[in-house]
Write a protein that binds this ligand. Structure first.
Ligand code: IMO
Ligand code: MG
Length: 463
């Protein structure tokens, strides 16, 4: 595999032992514990040199990880962040939905910046394929939902066709898996049926939404997707077997979560979620690696809360503080460019998702963004506004979550910038106290603290 030209060929500017991070040398998953954009990509990038394979298990091009290496910022959507390390094998597992056009764009874009992509990218033949009709269905459904009811009625999806693709996976007869892109006759035949069904459905949906609709031509779609299949052929494999072979050879796997636990289709704030199991629970079904093989689960938590799209967010701020967090934290989507909703840290939500995901330690991100605020608020309880009662647990019902008011604990902020700190002990006492409060409430140790986008702006929490 060509190695030397890739930007990450230079040594990592932070070189800490896994033990320092309380991450033992077993297979490890990195998952978001909020509503996404917690900074998972940075931690995956830091841990990557210690692992042989980085594996995506869920989601698709709805994810957006930005990773900074030296002065270069990379925005990744489908390809695991391990691609920036030339010695790592990157795997898109069976649980991922793949838009080949978007994947090939990403490959070309990375290659143009000197990143070598060859045998280091493997794609499961069991992963599902996103088609143009999935994106059309995504947009038309959102339009139909909001018709006469405004944007508040939408899920607020990324428009990448994720939900419709997973829905077809469940329907089965209207789905195509990556391996099928390599079989021209069968693909053409299957697409003729699928496109006929989709055209009929989408025409009706477009009428309902009051939107224009151009039917797809099955043979043209087949031609295009067969070409994508040819381009991706060198990367397509039985990824489940590959991962089991790797483990049998003593190699270590790092699972990279996309989206986040509160967006998990089963355990998130349904229906304002994405369509996959993005909590750590998705690792097993989405890669074929069983639970007992995964030793560490690093839960990634932002020092405050953000959310993109619709759905309840108890600690959302509509004031200057929210605006300030958005500006300082550059809280605009990597995938859609949308301004993220910002608010105080919600420990009720984090404790729930740490429990569901089985987090063994926490990576606390973007703590530097809070510097300069006199007082900080931490949500430690929910009160139901309609009954006045305190909730015992994180509610399953999004309508209940929408009517809770946060119970806040107010703590002292840290007025001076902290992005120059190099050790945990360098942090002001107030920042250390904030971290200890998180650990005490959630019951999971914080193993690393990020105070800026660079690799060296990562502090290891001493035990
Ligand atoms: P990363 O990996 C933040 C949100 C969307 C929308 C909902 C459903 O960058 O943390 P979808 O297009 O998946 O059907 O949209 O889920 N969403 C994310 N929000 N970060 C993400 O991923 C997200 N992936 C999906 O905004 O509300
Ligand atoms: Mg993102």
């Amino acid at each position: 595999m060509p190695a030397s030209k890739a930007p990450s060929a230079r040594p990592s500017d932070v070189d800490f032992a896994l033990e320092d991070l309380q991450v033992s040398a077993g297979n490890t998953a990195v998952v978001g514990l909020q509503w996404g954009d917690e900074g998972k990509g940075k931690i995956v990038d830091l841990l990557t040199p210690r692992f042989d394979c980085v594996v995506r298990y869920n989601g698709g091009a709805n994810a957006g990880h930005s990773v900074v290496v030296g002065n270069e910022r990379y925005a990744l959507h489908l390809i695991p962040s391990g691609i920036l390390n030339p010695d790592t094998v990157n795997v898109l597992g069976n649980g991922v939905v793949i838009d080949p056009a978007s994947l090939l764009d990403e490959i070309n874009h990375l290659r143009a910046r000197g990143v070598a992509i060859g045998d280091n990218l493997r794609i499961s033949d069991r992963a599902h394929v996103v088609f143009p009709h999935h994106k059309v269905q995504d947009a038309l459904t959102e339009a139909a939902l909001s018709k006469g009811r405004g944007d508040g009625a939408k899920i607020g999806t990324t428009g990448r066709g994720i939900g419709p693709c997973y829905a077809d996976k469940a329907i089965r007869s209207t789905a195509i898996r990556v391996g099928e892109l390599l079989h021209p006759e069968a693909l053409r035949e299957k697409l003729r049926v699928i496109v006929r069904i989709k055209n009929a459905m989408l025409k009706a949906l477009a009428e309902e939404a009051g939107m224009p609709f151009t039917p797809e031509d099955a043979d043209a779609v087949a031609k295009q997707y067969l070409a994508y299949g040819e381009s991706l052929r060198p990367h397509i494999c039985d990824a489940t077997q590959l991962l089991h072979d790797a483990m049998a050879a003593g190699k270590h796997l790092l699972f990279e979560g996309a989206n986040a636990t509160l967006l998990d289709i089963d355990h998130g704030t349904y229906p304002y979620v994405t369509s996959s199991n993005c909590s750590s629970l998705g690792v097993y079904a989405g890669t074929g690696v069983p639970g007992q093989r995964v030793t560490n689960i690093v839960g990634i938590v932002k020092a405050y809360s953000t959310r993109v799209g619709g759905g309840p967010m108890p600690t959302e701020l509509h004031d200057e503080t929210g605006e300030r967090i958005r500006k300082v934290g550059r809280e605009y989507g990597t995938t859609t460019g949308r301004a993220r909703r910002c608010g105080w840290l919600d420990l009720v939500a984090v404790k729930y998702s740490a429990t569901v995901s089985g987090a063994t330690c926490i990576g606390l991100m973007l703590l530097d963004v809070l510097a300069g605020l006199d007082r900080l608020k931490i949500c430690v309880g929910y009160r139901d506004k309609s009954t006045g009662k305190t909730l015992a647990n994180f509610p399953a019902d999004a309508d209940v979550l929408a009517r809770v008011e946060p119970v806040y604990e107010e703590v002292a902020g840290f007025p001076a910038p902290i992005d120059g700190c190099r050790r945990f002990e360098d942090l002001p006492n107030e920042a250390q106290a904030y971290i200890r409060r998180i650990e005490a409430y959630v019951g999971v140790p914080v193993c690393m603290v990020s105070i800026g986008p660079r690799r060296d702006q990562t502090l290891v929490r001493p035990r």
